[in-house]
Design a protein around this ligand. Sequence first.
Ligand code: CS2
Ligand code: MG
Length: 404
Amino acid sequence: MKIREIRVIVASPGRNFVTVKIVTDEGVYGIGDATVNGREKAVVSYLEDHVVPCLIDRDPMRIEDIWQYLYRGAYWRRGPITMAAISGIDTALWDIKAKVANMPLYQLLGGASRTRIMAYAHAQGRTIEDVAEAVLAKKELGYVAIRAQAGVPGFESIYGIGSARGAKNSSARIKKLPREEVWSTSKYLAHIPKVFEKLRDVVGWDMHLLHDAHHRLTPIEAARLGKDLEPYRLFWLEDPVPAELPEGYRTIRAHTTTPIALGEVFNTIWDARVVIEEQLIDYIRTTSVHAGGVTGLRRIFDFASIYNVRSACHGPTDVSPVAMGANLHVDLWVPNFGIQEYSGYTEATHEMFPHAWTQDGGFLHPGDAIGHGVDIDENLAEKYPYKRSYLPVNRLEDGTLWHW
Ligand code: CS2
Ligand code: MG
């Protein structure tokens, strides 16, 4: 079997997605997600200009060799663009291999370790009452784990609660440039414990509550937040501190028993090494599209398993239904499974990516179709052309650029 053609499809059924389709000389094909939110075209060029020409006529069964060829062979290793390109190719190759083997991907990985996959939903609101209402609405849908994000009094727009009506620079939105938000760590730290106090009052204790700090704190601030949230027994506190300096997590760990989750911007096992090896985190949140496909993800989760760190694939709306499908196969197999993020898709996205994976209340399953079970409708994709779009940026009240 040989790789005959690789197509890179960019479409925007509500948001931009980059999808790789590898077609073999025997007609079997595979699909992979290669989306990097706000930098989509860089991955397209990396694939079309540099990767695709090297793979034509290669044997698609040699997944590991192709992974190593693209990782080691490029000399310039790691980084979100390179690794998303490798991820797209790798996931498509696993799809092909599982189709040839005539089995769902999770069988090829070693078979199911569980019957269903616990997912967490997002709930958000500007006021504490709004968040409580949003959490109850997700509970009604059958979720047993919910991430709660709240507005901070005095700020128009903040991470996780969407762009407010009055968001500062609406002219930026009209020009489709990054929106700018304002942030104050001290106001946030004073407010968030009150949010979770109220949420426990409202939903009780038989519900997993999660919170995402989106890399905005210093280690000692995160340690304080972890301590202040201890009475509310969070499932986790996510991304408290940027992980360029993983040693900072030692401070957090030394001060709080609130579980810590990290990894959505990690690309490789090397990014995750210190925090896993020193048991500084409880959940590793890498995802197939950003951490080297099924091959990369499996390697990270296996490594994490010997340090009591559990899996928690990143799964926001910018991780396409293709990567979601691949994640779910890994989730069903992985012995040290923790949880899967699921924040849903637009109807157009579901339609453009027909998928075998299913949702039942707060639980997901990859399905039993052969391969990873997700396809792309290329005719529909043509109807949704790429739209330039950016993530917001964040500034402190005095204008200093801060982490978004
Ligand atoms: C987030 C993401 O899902 C999450 O936990 O942190 O929404 C993240 O901001 C986006 O994926 C960035 O593209
Ligand atoms: Mg996050």
